[in-house]
Design a binder for this molecule. Structure first.
Ligand code: SAH
Length: 254
């Protein structure tokens, strides 16, 4: 029996660039007895963990889940009860389509102390590294972040609502629904609306395609764009700031 208090910290690892993690997240990883991590995190960040810590991959690889969500929930509780501090390391921000809240609810039922460390979400960072601001004066007054894949594998109905507005729309997990997204915008007579797709945003493998609703499918095919990608829709796509490439691949911490 461990004397440590069983505790869960759900931690946002940021979108990929290892420098886009918070100090608080690093401190949490350093103090972890067990780290359960997802596929979308940059594994270099695991170097912050103590050499005593157990590191367990619980994500999806080549389309196969290493663990189902229920198993992850149970693992969090059992590891915390046996070893103390469990860090659940997730891509981006854990409360943006990250199931962070579900895991916290579950852990609390078993008496674990729970905390969250917000992260920089890919919804904002991937467009930002392409110079795309989600809001800009006189161009866009708001943004929606919507899932392309609901629990029933459907595109969220919110896309239809958002397409009727002037808001910037950011769609995560939406690549398999591109056809449907284009159709929704065409039905609103918005074939000319700019759209950007950023794959592996903020990493050295970042790829981007920029066009309009009319041209984007060809661009995706030509450039071979695929998941994980953020789709950004709206006039802000035309407002790309000119950035000097700031990305340098760093392979190790220190
Ligand atoms: N909690 C995460 C999102 C998890 S859902 C966050 O806040 O970023 C997973 C989806 O996020 C992917 O299908 C993709 O749409 C998006 N995503 C995550 N990392 C990404 C990256 N580096 N570049 C582009 N899209 C990314």
């Amino acid at each position: 029996m461990s004397l440590k208090i069983p505790k869960l910290t759900v931690v946002g690892a940021g979108p990929g660039d290892i420098d886009l993690i918070t100090l608080k997240a690093i401190k949490a990883i350093e103090s972890a007895d067990v780290v359960l991590y997802d596929a979308l995190i940059n594994e270099v960040l695991l170097e912050y963990a103590s050499s005593r810590a157990e590191l367990i991959f619980v994500g999806k690889r080549k389309g196969c889940y290493a663990f189902q969500q229920e198993q992850i929930n149970e693992l969090i509780v059992s590891k915390a009860k046996s070893f103390g501090h469990v860090v659940r390391l997730k891509g981006g921000d854990p409360f943006v389509f990250g199931r962070g809240a579900e895991e916290i609810d579950y852990a609390r039922q078993f008496g674990l102390e729970t905390q969250v460390v917000p992260g920089i979400t890919s919804a904002i960072a991937a467009p930002a590294y392409q110079g795309i601001p989600l809001t800009k004066r006189h161009v866009s007054e708001s943004f929606w972040v919507i899932t392309g894949t609901t629990k029933n594998h459907q595109l969220s109905l919110d896309v239809t609502l958002a397409a009727k507005s002037t808001a910037t729309i950011v769609i995560l997990m939406g690549m398999s629904k591109l056809e449907e997204i284009v159709r929704i915008f065409s039905e609103e007579n918005r074939q000319e609306t700019p759209i950007a797709i950023v794959q592996n945003g903020t990493t050295s493998n970042e790829k981007v395609g920029i066009g309009t609703m009319e041209t984007i499918r060809d661009i995706v095919e030509r450039k071979g764009l695929a998941n994980p990608a953020v789709i950004v829709i709206g006039d802000v796509v035309k407002e790309r700031a000119v950035l000097t490439s700031i990305y340098k691949e760093v392979n190790a911490i220190g």
